[in-house]
Design a protein around this ligand. Sequence first.
Ligand code: COA
Length: 283
Amino acid sequence: MKNIVVIRRFQPGDEIQFRKMINNEIMGSLNLAVLSNLSKETTFQLIILSSAIAFIFFDMPLKICISLIPIVISLIYAATFMGFTMTAVQIDRELSNIPRFYMSNAFSCFWVAEAFKPYHKSSHSNQCQYTIMTKKQFYGSKMHVSSQCTKIVGTIGLLKSHRVENGAWIKRLCIDKEYRRKGIASMLLTTAINFAINQGYSCVDTATSEYIKGSRELMFRTGFQLKQMYHKRVMRPLTSILFYELTYKIKNDRTSLYFKSEMDGISQPHLTLKSLIENVNKQ
Ligand SMILES: CC(C)(COP(=O)(O)OP(=O)(O)OC[C@H]1O[C@@H](n2cnc3c(N)ncnc32)[C@H](O)[C@@H]1OP(=O)(O)O)[C@@H](O)C(=O)NCCC(=O)NCCS
């Protein structure tokens, strides 16, 4: 029997499982961010500036001036660590209050991907094949899952955008490391975009940092386009992170209606968003 992943709306209690996953993901990119910050021009400028000040103004010997290099590196590590920790704390606060942030009105929502796996199966999740389906399909399939354990392996949230009028904003797309490259993020994105279409949004925007591996490839593949790139200062002026803002344009009412009629019946997870839109264009 194939393992299954069900895409469903958030239920209170789910957050206990995914808070740690998202936090680990944020802190996991810390080393990459430190390395990237160290190779930036400002690091070299800081090293030269601090050595020059020590040498010229304080008459320090060259050896001591050189010893400033590890101090600058430690400072950059500490600044990056603090920046990431602050972000993780902020995100964790949001995740501990999903009902208030995402589920309190009709224009926002939070979904999770829940994997069902037999208790006895010892094979690593990476080697397993998964069928991804909606909750409706899951109930329709009448599968027996009493001998299976469940785990939240993916998340995504959608809110009304503060920047774009009638735009939606996607946040917290994250997939458990063991469950990547199985189409779970694509399915969560499709679910969120379908929701945005049904709610009458005109576009769906999101931002991804230079350290999130694969997210731009995934977004471009789903139909997002690059809107702008910007540097966000974290612990000024020591560190900064490059962000890519991407947008998915919801074309017209026809697309929306098409999705609406699709979603009224059992939705079709095997159809990607791209193929649904290709079908609309063909009509
Ligand atoms: C980016 C991410 C969401 C992708 O999830 P996923 O479930 O593996 O994505 P999918 O299986 O749906 O991938 C669909 C396509 O996207 C592209 N893609 C996904 N991950 C990729 C990667 N690491 N490198 C290159 N392309 C990638 C591929 O084209 C892939 O298709 P393929 O597998 O047929 O080649 C996941 O890696 C992740 O959660 N990263 C961390 C996110 C994060 O840091 N969040 C911070 C907290 S908000």
